[in-house]
Design a protein around this ligand. Structure first.
Ligand SMILES: [Zn+2]
Length: 66
């Protein structure tokens, strides 16, 4: 099962993660995929079965708990 399908190598330096909901993209200038995941997670992203940007993860959390 590929859980990081939305995290892609940019081909040069770094990785790009794309929000599963709003398609917002965020670039992480790190060498490896695990580093990219860790980097975006520290910036509020949720990466797993779904990939959410900070805004969508907040909205999702609110809607689930409302
Ligand atoms: Zn989003």
């Amino acid at each position: 099962m590929t859980v990081h399908t939305l995290v892609r190598s940019t081909g040069r330096r770094g990785w790009t993660v794309r929000c599963d909901v709003c398609e917002y993209t965020f670039a992480a200038a790190v060498a490896s995929l695990p580093e990219a995941v860790a980097f975006v997670e520290t910036n509020g992203w949720i990466v797993g079965e779904r990939t959410w940007c900070p805004m969508c993860s907040a909205t999702h959390t609110c809607s689930r708990t409302a």
